[in-house]
Design a protein around this ligand. Sequence first.
Ligand code: HEC
Length: 163
Amino acid sequence: MSDGHGDLIKTPKQLIIVCIVALVVPVAIAYLGAQLVTGSKRIDESEAKKSVEQRIKPVGEIAKFDGTPPPAPVAAAAGAVVKAKSGEEVYQAACTACHGAGIAGAPKTGDKTAWAARVTQGAATLYDHAIKGFKTMPAKGGQTALSDDEVKAAVDYQLAKLK
Ligand code: HEC
């Protein structure tokens, strides 16, 4: 029966095994090879996509407005409105027009001689005269919107200038 070639395939069972091996091995090699090539390519693609996204992303991002105003600046603005003016601010806004140069008989700020007799009345009287007015000195220097404390602060500023 044998032709002397020493056939490896002697039974149908062996034939089936050889066929399966002959099919599976090249497919497996092809699959692994393809994985090797496309696998590394996939990484490149995702990185390329990332860098493109980075380059085309908008410069600024718009924050979503959820209906509630940002609290910090509003609180700061409210604080600025409520905050009383300093003595110097009040003086510059309401008093320096007359007291800066000593206009209309107003005692000039910093002029010790002009203020000497007035200062002896005491701070309480000076506050009172500045708030309610005194002879030709208009009440609150004419700025009736000023609070009494703001006018007092301006008087304190004038008195400090005498030292
Ligand atoms: C329109 C001009 C004018 C303005 C503005 C003015 N003053 Fe006078 N002030 C006078 C005159 C004039 C006198 C002097 C009154 C007198 O003794 O005849 C005077 C006097 C005073 C005196 C001394 C009062 C006393 O008892 O002797 C004080 C204190 C004073 N002013 C504070 C202020 C302050 C504070 C302001 C700003 C809030 C102010 N003045 C704005 C005109 C002004």
